[in-house]
Design a protein around this ligand. Structure first.
Ligand code: F6R
Length: 259
């Protein structure tokens, strides 16, 4: 796991976008693993700007999203399908037929979760998977638990996740209580992983990524088993990291500012 710390969220987003764009430039038919929530919004803005400057071509790119709320159709303004259209797909030349998001309104959620897994397998999993992180350590909606599921599945959202996401809804009562999420196994099959975190409320969980322990009670710690994870942070999210880690990333900050 490599940590990169930047002064601002904009720099975090620019660095993440540089990694993603390098992958797309090297492989036209990249499989992009996408996340929603606040963390990747700046990265998506950067990718849109790169596309507008004709630096990036998404025509052969396919995408797979991590998760979707159960019960929200793509027309609902808080569904993750809607989020992806507004923040990325509507502004780039990706073919929407090549964008895949778990189905939260299927009559048979278990069966459609299985189909999503087959799709991931067929596509060969993400070349680069973008992740945010919950303050409780969830990735996708793999919530802290004694056991974690490897494959795409329906999950109950933890109360702290519902409370954290209430900011996007009119009230906490409107936040769906369940979601369909890619499992930890599929996330770990991505060739490259980028985890973005900003803000003081992520500092504790980011701190747990630094040591030599893993725990299903902090699902993101399982990313330590993956050989290529970049954790891209602003100063606030990195504030509890050891001096040693902070020093080793200072050069990166400089490198990106110099870009
Ligand atoms: C969203 C997702 C979640 C978020 C996490 C952090 O697709 O999978 O794991 O990444 O809840 O959310 P933000 O970025 O809003 O703090």
């Amino acid at each position: 796991m490599n940590f990169y710390v930047f002064n601002t969220y904009e720099e975090v987003s620019a660095y993440a976008a540089k990694i993603v764009s390098d992958v797309i430039k090297a492989k036209k038919d990249t499989i992009l693993g996408l996340a929603t929530g606040s963390s990747p919004i700046g990265l998506y803005k950067e990718l849109v700007s790169m596309y507008e400057r004709k630096e990036l071509d998404f025509s052969s790119v396919k995408s797979v999203n991590l998760d979707e709320y159960v019960g929200l159709s793509g027309n609902h303004n808080q569904s993750y399908k809607y989020f992806m259209n507004c923040n990325l797909f509507d502004h780039i030349n990706i073919d929407k037929k090549n964008t895949f998001i778990p189905n939260g309104i299927s009559e048979n959620l278990v069966e459609s979760a299985k189909q999503y897994d087959h799709l991931l397998e067929e596509l060969g999993y993400a070349d680069v998977q973008i992740l945010g992180i919950g303050a409780n350590g969830h990735i996708g909606f793999n919530e802290p638990a004694e056991k974690l599921e490897l494959s795409t599945h329906v999950t109950d959202l933890k109360i702290e996740t519902i409370q954290a996401n209430a900011r996007f809804f009119e009230s906490e009562a409107d936040v769906p209580k369940k979601a369909v999420t890619m499992g930890i196994g599929s996330i770990l099959k991505a060739k490259k992983i980028i985890l973005i975190a900003s803000g003081e409320n992520k500092a504790n969980v980011v701190h747990s990524l630094e040591d030599d322990y893993i725990s299903t009670n902090i699902p993101a710690t399982l990313l330590k088993l993956h050989p290529d994870v970049s954790v891209i942070l602003d100063r606030a999210a990195a504030s509890l990291l050891s001096q040693e880690t902070i020093e080793s990333e200072t050069n990166e900050t400089t490198r990106v500012s110099d870009r």
